[in-house]
Design a protein around this ligand. Structure first.
Ligand SMILES: Nc1nc2c(ncn2[C@@H]2O[C@H](COP(=O)(O)OP(=O)(O)OP(=O)(O)O)[C@@H](O)[C@H]2O)c(=O)[nH]1
Ligand SMILES: [Mg+2]
Ligand SMILES: [Zn+2]
Length: 364
């Protein structure tokens, strides 16, 4: 296997090279990001930044590379084109993504933030004790399906629960479309259940709240303490993230894992069709409602409400479906508004630039 293949290269990317109109690029994967600097592995192993042209052509934050992306780069001239770990490189192109995990950026909800790219599987990590919230998991699940990746729910800290199997079963019943695995990273319990999802050159990203044990889990799978984890004495470290950057690591067996900083709150970045996909069962029932535009609230002949009444559908789940649908519609409207504001701002900039230009001309 070539280095690129080991890092998850795929015919999908190979096909894109033909369309890149420069022959001097080396293709590498972004394995870490730190404030606009990207660590590359593959044909080039170096820290890199994007070219001025790349920056200029980017129209949104999502256009910039993210961990997991494949990029075309050249090692900077000053270093004589050597291939060494200490070299700097310049990224000229980013290849199209096979999958994109994104969320609304913190603080600027209308901006899409790419959490990880080219991910095959996502471990949604949650923990027994205070983090366990089926409602939140359903929101994460919607995001994962929307991203084009396969979700697996990993319930960590089983050692803190009296009867983890029972708790796991009731959660699994709430989430009929996904696998729910019960582990204890700390006590290395149940980790073999993760193996079927770990394949050489396939990428798994770990997502979940801060403190649920994502980095601990990665360290266990790696077999060494590579990533920093929160001190046990700081068990409630509220709102503090131990992991601060996203990072891709290769397991001894060849699987690629992306550790991410915990998400304090998740704003869905989804459209309404993605919501429907996450609630297949409700969408299927809705087909039998008397009215095609049934909102499943008070309508006569509603098949969804009938299922709730008959005890075949969880009322909570229906409520979740409604809530997410509303939220997705709200996010979409907000994005439209932001787009309109952007256009206004752009025009303002253009007019100001023109004024400045005219003023300069007058002076000359
Ligand atoms: N009891 C128990 N504690 C665990 C387990 N796994 C991890 N922990 C502890 O939980 C704390 C948080 O673990 P981290 O791995 O840093 O959590 P994280 O999800 O990476 O957190 P962020 O990087 O902030 O997103 C640490 O003190 C771990 O020792 C477990 O299975 N059982
Ligand atoms: Mg961490
Ligand atoms: Zn209905």
């Amino acid at each position: 296997m070539s280095v690129r293949e080991r890092l998850g290269w795929h015919p999908f990317f190979e096909a894109q090279i033909a369309g890149v109109d420069r022959g001097d690029l080396c293709f590498s994967r972004v394995i870490e990001e730190q404030r606009g600097l990207y660590r590359l592995a593959g044909d080039v192993e170096a820290w890199a930044e994007v070219s001025g042209r790349f920056r200029h052509d980017a129209t949104s934050a999502a256009d910039f590379p993210a961990v997991g992306d494949w990029v075309g780069a050249v090692v900077s001239e000053e270093h004589g084109g050597r291939r060494a770990a200490a070299d700097r490189a310049i990224i000229h192109v980013r290849l199209e993504r096979r999958s994109t995990v994104s969320r609304a950026a913190a603080g600027r909800a209308a901006d899409q933030q790419v959490v990880a790219a080219n991910v095959d599987t996502i471990f949604l990590v949650t923990a027994f004790a205070r983090d366990l919230s089926p409602r939140r998991l359903e929101r994460y699940l919607t995001m994962v399906w929307d991203a084009g990746a396969v979700p697996v729910v990993v319930l960590n800290k089983a050692d803190l629960c009296e009867d983890p199997a029972a708790a796991g079963q009731s959660l699994a019943a709430r989430l009929p479309l996904v696998d729910v695995l019960i582990v204890s990273a700390l006590h290395e319990h149940g980790l073999t259940a993760l193996e079927p999802y770990l394949h050489p050159a396939r990428t798994v990203a770990l997502l979940g709240s801060s403190g649920v044990g994502k980095s601990t889990l990665v360290n266990r799978l790696l077999g060494r303490e590579m990533l920093k984890v929160r001190a046990i004495s700081d068990s409630d470290g509220k709102g503090r993230h131990t992991t601060t950057s996203r990072q891709l690591v290769e397991l001894p067996g060849g699987a690629l894992l992306i550790d991410t900083p915990g998400m304090r709150e998740l704003q869905p970045w989804v459209d309404e069709s993605a919501v429907d996909a996450a609630f297949d069962d409700i969408a299927a029932l809705a087909g039998a409602c008397r009215f095609a535009d049934c909102a499943h609230a008070t309508e006569p002949g509603c098949a969804v409400l009938a299922s709730v009444a008959a005890g075949r559908l969880d009322a909570d789940r229906l409520e979740n479906y409604r809530r997410l649908g509303r939220e997705a519609a709200f996010e979409e409207r907000k994005r439209d508004k932001a787009a309109a504001a952007n256009t206004k701002r752009r025009w303002k900039q253009i007019i100001q630039a023109q004024k400045a230009l005219y003023k300069d001309r007058g002076r000359w």
